[in-house]
Write a protein that binds this ligand. Sequence first.
Ligand code: ATP
Length: 319
Amino acid sequence: MRDERGTGPQGAADGLTVRVPAKVNVQLAVGGLRPDGFHGLANVFLAVGLHDEVTASPYEGFRLTVSGTDAEHVPLDESNLATRAARLLAAHHGREPHVRLHIAKDIPVAGGMAGGSADAAGALLACDALWGTRTSRDELLALCAELGSDVPFALVGGAALGQGRGELLTPLETGGTFHWVFALADGGLSTPEVYRECDRLREASGTGAGIDSVPEPRPSERLLDALRTGDAAELAASVSNDLQAAALSLRPSLADTLKTGTAAGASAALVSGSGPTCAFLAADAASAAAIASALEESGHCRAARTTTAPAPGATLTGK
Ligand code: ATP
């Protein structure tokens, strides 16, 4: 295979670009391990203003290139979620997956912000536009769910409650803009490993990890109200992540990152999804900037990024 990293989307002048957001889970309630190996979830997704861009251009055959942050950690083979998405859409319409895909990555890889899922949703929308296949929204959502439990949300954006494995989505109303800081870590964490660690910690604590031992996950009414009314202080008081203990167990240094953000004024500090990215809620843009500076100066993260939420879902940019 040619090494296609670090190159821009040359030859993509006639391509179509989709901008697609990262997510943070403001609530991630993890139920017991089911016999099918999955966990039931009550998962409140919030789309945030860190984005990847997926460009689809006409091409005889299939080609994938990746540039940007962490590009060298993105697989270029058939396991790439954008590649899988393009092939799935082509198969759905009984056509060849002829496309050149370019991913400009800004979402951290294996960072707990669903970057791969974002690329899958972006590729579906970009290919659908390029091929003129006019796939309905419901069909696109079904294809997203086939690709992974976080993919439908990347298409929809905003805020949503995910149930089942996370893929049964109910859009949620949001009443304002929330200010966030994300501390990006060196290296990723494997999501399946974090779930295994969560089960191990539950077993070790004596409560057990099975569906009979763990309460059924339910969305927090207080948190949903906070989103609806745009009340950042209430949101800060109600965020939760059942995977946080497992991520901290696998990466103890994240405790220092969380403490640094809290000391700098964050009203909430939590691991994003399965980590290792840490998320901090700030009262306003000035506070977010101060938290980001403190995090960068502390050396407890690779970089800190400020942004707002909710962000729209996958969107054709017109570029
Ligand atoms: P999630 O929070 O959805 O569990 P994540 O944000 O922790 O995921 P991703 O960035 O989606 O992690 O990447 C997880 C793994 O998926 C990577 O280690 C990589 O091997 C693989 N992967 C497949 N396609 C992509 C892609 N387009 N971008 C990034 N990683 C991808």
